[in-house]
Design a protein around this ligand. Sequence first.
Ligand SMILES: [Zn+2]
Length: 269
Amino acid sequence: MPEPQTRAGRIPPAPWLLPTQISQGRAGVHPDAPMSELPPFTVRESPRAKRVILKVSSRHGLEVVIPQGFSRASLPALIEQKREWLERAFQIIQLREGVAVQPRELPDEINCLAIGRTFRLEYVPTASASLELSRLSPNRLRISGATNNLLACQALLKRWLQYQGRQHLIPWLADLSAETGLGYRGVQIRGQKSRWGSCSGQGTISLNYNLLLLRPALVRYLLLHELCHTVQLNHSAQFYQLLEKYEPGFKELRRELRLAGKQLPWWAR
Ligand SMILES: [Zn+2]
């Protein structure tokens, strides 16, 4: 069941190429003048980058690519210099794609629509270089440690979601299998980039843990879809006949599921 991938809208690179030396203040502007808040950004070091490159996309927000060893301390000033460009770039993407650029901020809550549960998150920065996730109550989680490392936090949230996927999606599939009589050989919970699920020729079903973020009807549809593939490993008329038997409203749900990938929060993608 392929899900159409959101393509990152790239702004033409030329205006984004910045010199690696910052000019010492512009005429009439005091270099210490207080700056209003900068947009959130992530930094990626690239051995191939010759200079600092700012990339803006609806998928990743603002990404700053720096040459190896380049000092991160100077980035806020560099970004500040390009503020007007950035605002325009965000606007262009919004017009072009009809979606607002998601700032890359860590979520305060994760709404697992599929299982009707909302998990609240709190972040406690400590001197530790690693991250730790603890459960304060069934619906409250705390991430402590290097919480300013956005990508490490993202990886941790994904691992947590994968764990939740194993807890909830595996039994759900088993229930539907019993209900329909459609068997399968095995099940895996993964973080595929471009599909919600798949079924192998051997009857092993792979499910995307991001299904947890969708409403239950969509998850049920996807699970039934994969179970039907254990009989028909294709998208033939016979496959859809079988699917319709278990889910008469599948066309609507299929359409909704194809669009759902674009609505996922950045950290889950
Ligand atoms: Zn399919």
